[in-house]
Design a protein around this ligand. Sequence first.
Ligand code: DC
Length: 219
Amino acid sequence: MGYNVAIDGPAGAGKSTIAKLVAKEKGYIYVDTGAMYRALAIHFLKKNISAENVEQIVLACADADVTIAYEDGVQQVYLNGENVTGRLRGEEVGNMASRTSSIPQVREKLLELQRGLAREQDVIMDGRDIGTNILPDADVKIYLTASVDTRAKRRFDELKEKGQDCDFEAIKEDIKERDARDMNREIAPLKKAEDAILVDSSEMTIDQVVETICGYCRA
Ligand code: DC
């Protein structure tokens, strides 16, 4: 069994930024489970299936093969052999991933992939249900959150930096909607594991969050 750090929290809390830096500092492999849901979402979008069509989504899971590999320490996600890493971050893909991740068969499809990675190596794995469901025995569990305004501002700045046109209020509404979906779904909802450490990054710098989390991990 590897040394396992679970980091869960809502969209835009900075999980991936922080987890990547902690991974570098501590020599862990960073596993981004959201990227796996996003890869499946690309598969459903390619097939033109709507997120409401659960029957077709479940059927489509059968011919989706999601695998991950690491190039220079960076996670690459493959969908049926094609590297889709560059297409994962779009809003349409994110929304599809959020909607379809409430379907049990979609979660089931990715469960073994995630657990297998944590079994074999030292990982920091980010997602929504890592501490509660995927790795209930993780050595360290972090619940990383921030206020809706802070998260919306961060997303807004990120998109602006990429030169994309965006509207702050629309981003905020989208984040609220995604929170509601992720937290209220029946299966594996986003919630803080009882033994997780709550870190609210609203008033913290990236360095402070990284230092805090590294402080909970073995030296
Ligand atoms: O972390 P992210 O924004 O890349 O995740 C995209 C969607 O995938 C998110 O809205 C919820 C879902 N997800 C999940 O249900 N469980 C996980 N462990 C990771 C992501």
